[in-house]
Design a protein around this ligand. Sequence first.
Ligand code: TXA
Ligand code: MG
Length: 380
Amino acid sequence: METKIVAIDAKEPQPERIQEAARLIQRGGLVAFPTETVYGLGGDALDPEAAQKIYAAKGRPSDNPLIAHIADFGELSVLAAEIPDTARTLMRLYWPGPLTLIFKKTETVPFATTGGLDTVAVRMPSHPVARALIRAAGTPIAAPSANRSGRPSPTKASHVREDLDGHIDMLLDGGEVGIGLESTIIDVSSGEPLLLRPGFISEETLEETLGHLAVDAACMEPMASGKRPKAPGMKYRHYAPQAPMTIVHGPLAKVEKTICFHVKEALRAGKRVGILCTSESQPYYRQQLRNGCPDCHMSRLIASCSCAFPYKGAEALLMLEVSGPQTEPAKIAHHLYDALRSFDRAGIDIIYSESFEYGPLGGAIMNRLKKAAGYQILEV
Ligand code: TXA
Ligand code: MG
């Protein structure tokens, strides 16, 4: 299948391009499109065959349910059998926006979309392209993140192409997304609201709104074997680069020293090594690990050296990805998946990452990073 790539204005999407994409959705096709969180892989949420196609294109287990995206409040009654008061409060405050709510589903929603569950995940995105597409299609759009299952979510159209080119009908390229982490998910289907996935709308903010918010254990810890997380997607290794990754956690000075120690060992063993760090600690790694590239007189750091990769004559290589400044966790969140994908493109063998527990977004960032590392954490 050839994937048609269509450039689209992220602020004022061209109506004829949206119409073309909407017709594909109506005919049961798949269209990847930008949302404010990450790119989604869209199909008709009420068409079981479209759901099957989504699972196949992503290589995703079909027990991992999809989020149905709507553009108007009126559409919710097609999907949700009951709308509790807590949900109404959350919707009023955060929709349209990066919040997904889990409701009891109506009979209209096919089990293929919900992975066999009798609940349905619903989100009203704020991105103009997403909203225009849903409206033009005239149906809720099921959209998981537009990556191959297990890979980091796509924050740029080029990421979608890396994973899904040739497997979907169309990709609407609306440039880079704003947030870069998937939506916050709250289950409001049974009594007390339960946080299933942390996201841009932080736990603190939600606690202020709701008074109290229970948190599903699967949010930060690996699930004990035999236990089922409430969001089936949380049980899979996720957001992962190809190389094994270790998170080093502790006081920053110790973290930096430990990372340098392990990186030097790996370089000596001839490995291609990646470091994920903040802007603040970047100079330290440069200083400690520089070894003088004869071409640009900087270092063999791929990311900071103007030599083309792979560096000619180098026995070992190091790639430094700066996630962002500690003072701007939103930048760290925004760059996280792109950084993980850069390591893949550079053929990195092993990755060491700092911890990024900065500000209210720290929880969501660490949730993704820990899953990407398969919970390989070194305490120092
Ligand atoms: O920001 C986002 O939410 C993006 C954009 C495209 O909207 N979408 C997204 O979808 O992240 P996906 O499929 O990658 O993640 C959906 C998560 C999965 O962990 C899934 O298990 C959970 O939502 N989920 C979906 N339906 C559910 C349900 N009925 N009950 C519990 N968890 C559910
Ligand atoms: Mg996903």
